[in-house]
Design a binder for this molecule. Structure first.
Ligand code: BES
Ligand code: MG
Ligand code: ZN
Length: 513
């Protein structure tokens, strides 16, 4: 799939499918007298620049009944045999940027399953945000995300079809801005796709060693200037990452700690340094505290946090973010063999704290704790970690909302603002002292679980907080709910990886000052 900006208008003219919008006019004139027949609500297609098309539309009998209600679509064959879809968006002032993404996703999927190979969108008609570059970005973002499929294991692949998207009728003066927006959307979309591929990959294929290998290959191929260091088991032992190693103890594969560094071209001593840390459990069996079968299925997604931060890191590098970014991914599975860690085990973390492991299924916090301590040693000003940390997050915030917790309100609010600007749902949960107390152990410094069935997501965060040092401002994202199966978002798959939060994090990194 390719996206072209068409300023001349001839590509729009020549496309197989033209998609234009219509709005409902708000009727604030006096109501018609009762005696008269009810008037059809008036619609607005004033933004169509093609006069001929307007005339064709008005000549249609069916257009008389078209109300331009949200998602109402009228299809007709244009004068040159092309298909024209007129899609209603409701009242213009009530349409949001997210409505545009959703509407475009539905249209694109419909068009893709049809016979069309060139699909043209009339940009002014989608410009509810009054910025053509942003509108082009919304359309292309939605098309790219909707275009995703994971069919590498299907013997019969969906037919490869070369689709060209035409963005037509934008104003010439906006061309440069639009091209730039399309370029950056491409970077972000490509990074989202790679993150989704990682999450969707089968756990027997994407074990820890293979995952680190694939990241290394991608960095070397696509992220020029990024430094990469991958710690193997011996090096992780040298780092004294006792918690990380305890999770890996039952694995057939070595753990990996991927450490990436990006520095902007004109870095000074004042340049902000942000560290991203991700949970990369390639499969979570629960360990000896084994998950029942039904809850274990789907646990290949337990590396979703690492894929999310890697996706954001990748996009931010391609977008030449003005900040220094360190990206740290802690990767292993949580499996069982004769060496696997017993519940009741006590291990020493990298920061020296002793930890009683009362539940081997609370493994994410163990690998992240050591990774966070290591991240703090890189002297960042800020940290964001992302993890599919708790099932409790789904109980609290469902499948739709990402939880955010941390130790610095301003930092949290900056991230929340970014998420809001990208229309991704994120909500803050508190960490209170009582929950910090709840992880004190009777025989070690801390334990890896709190009171069962109580404030699980925050307890997980309170545990992670134990590994933040040097006054680093830290925020934790629990992505357990949002990492997959976003059936309410037409630009995400109903099953499989979502790629959510990558846009928010990239936006944050690229706009950081
Ligand atoms: N990976 C799971 C969390 C999870 C559950 C993610 C469901 C996505 C969907 C995590 O490692 C885990 O098992 N957490 C436990 C923690 C508990 C033992 C304190 C949980 O949520 O049950
Ligand atoms: Mg677990
Ligand atoms: Zn897990």
């Amino acid at each position: 799939m390719q996206i072209h900006l068409d300023l001349v208008g001839d590509q729009f003219l020549g496309s197989d499918l033209k998609i234009l919008t219509a709005f409902q006019k708000v009727n604030n004139t006096k109501p018609a007298p009762k005696t008269k027949a009810p008037q059809a609500p008036s619609i607005s297609i004033d933004h169509w620049s093609d006069k001929g098309l307007k005339e064709e539309f008005h000549n249609l009998k069916s257009s008389k009944h078209f109300k331009a209600a949200k998602d109402e679509t009228l299809s007709f064959t244009g004068a040159t045999g092309e298909t024209v879809w007129v899609v209603g968006l409701g009242e213009k002032t009530k349409v949001s940027a997210e409505d545009i993404r959703k509407s475009v996703a539905k249209l694109y999927k419909g068009a893709k399953s049809g016979k069309f190979s060139t699909i043209a969108f009339d940009v002014p008609g989608f410009n509810v945000v009054h910025d053509e570059a942003e509108t082009a970005q919304l359309i292309s973002e939605s098309v790219h995300m909707s275009d995703y499929s994971f069919d590498k294991y299907k013997s019969k692949k969906s037919e490869p079809k070369e689709i060209t998207i035409i963005l037509g009728h934008a104003e010439k003066k906006n061309a440069a801005k639009i091209q730039k927006a399309l370029e950056s959307t491409k970077h972000i979309a490509e990074s989202i796709k790679i993150a989704k591929d990682f999450v969707n990959e089968a756990p027997n294929v994407l074990h820890s060693e293979e995952y680190a290998h694939r990241i290394e290959a991608d960095v070397k191929k696509n992220l020029k200037g990024v430094k990469i260091k991958i710690l193997n088991k011996a090096q992780i032992q040298k780092e004294k990452m006792g918690m990380f190693l305890s999770v890996n103890a039952g694995s057939a594969y070595e753990p990996r700690l991927v450490h990436l560094t990006y520095e902007p071209a004109r870095a000074t001593s004042k340049t902000k340094h942000i560290a991203l840390v991700g949970k990369g459990i390639t499969f979570d069996t629960g360990g000896y505290c084994i998950k029942p079968g039904a809850s274990m299925a789907g646990m290949k997604n337990d590396m979703g946090g690492s894929a999310t931060v890697y996706g954001a890191f990748r996009a931010a590098v391609l977008e030449k973010a003005p900040v220094k970014i360190t990206c740290i991914l802690a990767i292993t599975d949580n499996a069982i063999n004769e060496h696997a860690t017993f519940p009741d085990a006590i291990v020493t973390a990298r920061n020296g704290k002793t930890v009683e492991i009362l539940n081997t299924d609370a493994e994410g916090r163990l690998i992240l704790g050591d990774a966070l301590d290591y991240a703090c040693d890189q002297n960042p000003h800020y940290i964001i970690d992302a993890a599919t940390l708790t099932g409790a997050c789904l109980v609290a915030l469902g499948n739709q909302v990402c939880a955010i917790l941390g130790n610095d309100q301003k930092w949290i609010e900056e991230i929340l603002k970014s998420a809001k600007e990208k229309d991704e749902y994120m909500w803050q949960l508190p960490i209170i002292n009582e929950w910090r107390q709840d992880i004190k152990s009777k025989i070690a410094d801390i334990k890896n679980i709190g009171t069962p069935m109580r404030a699980g997501t925050a307890i997980g965060a309170a545990f992670l907080e134990e590994f933040i040092k040097n006054d680093v401002k830290w925020a934790h994202l629990d992505v357990a709910g949002v990492v997959d199966s976003q059936s309410h978002l037409p630009y995400c798959s109903a099953h499989g990886a979502s790629g959510l939060m990558i846009r928010s994090l990239t936006h944050l990194l690229v706009n950081a000052k």
